[in-house]
Design a protein around this ligand. Structure first.
Ligand SMILES: [Zn+2]
Length: 201
């Protein structure tokens, strides 16, 4: 069996987009809004060279909410692959939950088991790619990523700055990550340095 690093997409691979009219951060709604974080390619390349399969695990309810069309979504994915390729990196798979409980598109209005924090998408990706979950990692910028990763049996890394209101929440819902990192590059270093020291198994 193989090992994997499961990756949330928005806020991990690419920047979130600030929507001033709603005062919040959201997924890019088109390819022009899609910007890779610096040195993501380098981090992914190192993980891949160390034998990790790289699998995106992402909630993308934008089609369900009519924020963008399936065609636009496809163009965003194409741009991601193209930008990663320029940096010498490639993904091994992409898994998206397109559902939302309050979707405007009727066929996507589903209470599914693939929307994080549920682990369904990680379990599916593991099955289809022959992945050993215990020797795999989930990296995300939200507690729902940590919850999904833990429920699936992976180790987890939360990206972001440690805030203590978050500590409290982590204890309450059992979503404390194994590590916290500033960005994907630092997360990759944590995974790879643990291996060199042999202290993770
Ligand atoms: Zn789903």
């Amino acid at each position: 069996m193989k090992r994997a690093v499961f990756l949330d997409r928005d806020g991990v691979i690419n920047e979130l987009v600030y929507l001033p009219e709603h005062g919040l951060l959201d997924s890019p709604a088109n390819e022009a809004q899609f910007t890779l974080f610096p040195r993501v390619g380098e981090a992914l390349r190192k993980l891949s060279q160390s034998g990790y399969k790289l699998l995106i695990i992402s909630n993308q309810p934008g089609i369900a909410k009519r924020h963008f069309s399936p065609e636009t979504f496809a163009r965003v994915r194409a741009k991601m692959k193209q930008e990663l390729k320029k940096q010498g990196a490639a993904l091994d798979g992409e898994y998206y939950c397109l559902h939302h409980p309050e979707a405007k598109v009727a066929e996507l209005q589903v209470s599914c088991d693939c929307r994080k924090p549920a682990p369904g998408l990680i379990l599916q990706a593991a099955r289809e790619n022959d992945i050993d979950l215990k020797s795999s990692w989930m990296i995300g910028d939200g507690l729902t990523d940590v919850q999904a990763g833990k429920s699936a049996g992976c180790r987890t890394i939360l990206l972001g700055k440690m805030k203590c209101e978050l500590c409290h929440l982590m204890e309450e819902n059992g979503s404390r990550p194994d590590a916290i990192a500033a960005d994907l590059r630092e997360a990759a270093e944590i995974i790879l340095s643990g291996e060199q020291n042999g202290n993770l198994h």
